[in-house]
Design a protein. Structure first.
Length: 195
């Protein structure tokens, strides 16, 4: 989760549910909104309940920023699988996004194909952009780093960086944030990478 305290304007809080299938990372669901910190906690709880009904939850990653700290404090007792992910010491948001771009380029990061179950991925925002449009605007040497565009990429980057570290750990098995067999409905169809 990339958290922001911006009820009514500014950056978005983005909660994403990711699954892993072999070397592929699949974005299974996303929630996005401009919420106050107490609503962020409520939205995370609702997303966790939704995920628990549709699959298996093994790890919850929350960026350790101001709004994230509120969620971490409120949820740590209930969620032993919660991991606070430091934002500092990892370079700028642009650097972090560039650090995982190769995963997108290799075609190992997948988004759902258009379907009624994946409407959240293809809904158009107030500027006329879908999730894929917003992610594409972050490509290249001079990506568009406006807050309303980069929050989803930042949430994805939190997961993808975690996954890269988990794969590089000595004698580590592949991380398993989701039992994909129990999420068959969410896996109706997946397209290729968008970078």
């Amino acid at each position: 989760m990339d958290a922001a305290e911006t009820e009514g304007g500014g950056d978005y809080t983005v909660i994403q549910w990711w699954g892993i299938r072999g070397r592929e990372s699949l974005l299974l669901q996303q929630w996005r909104g401009q919420w106050a910190d107490t609503r962020v906690v409520r939205e995370v709880r609702q997303a966790i309940a939704w995920v628990s009904m549709h699959g298996t939850l093994s790890t919850v990653l929350v960026e350790d920023t101001s709004a994230g700290k509120v969620a971490i404090a409120a949820l740590r007792q209930q969620l032993p699988q919660l991991e606070a992910v430091p934002a500092s010491g990892q370079g700028s948001k642009r650097d972090r996004i560039r650090g995982v771009r190769m995963l997108w380029s290799l075609g190992t990061v997948l988004l759902p194909s258009p379907s009624p179950q994946a409407a959240w991925c293809y809904d158009v925002d107030r500027d006329g952009h879908t999730l894929i449009d917003r992610l594409r605007r972050l490509r290249g040497e001079r990506p568009d780093m406006r807050g309303e565009l980069d929050d989803e990429a930042d949430a994805a980057t939190i997961f993808l960086r975690w996954r890269m570290v988990a794969w590089d750990a000595p004698s580590a098995q592949a991380p398993d944030p989701c039992d994909l067999a129990s999420a068959a409905d969410a896996l109706a169809g997946y397209g290729g990478a968008v970078w």
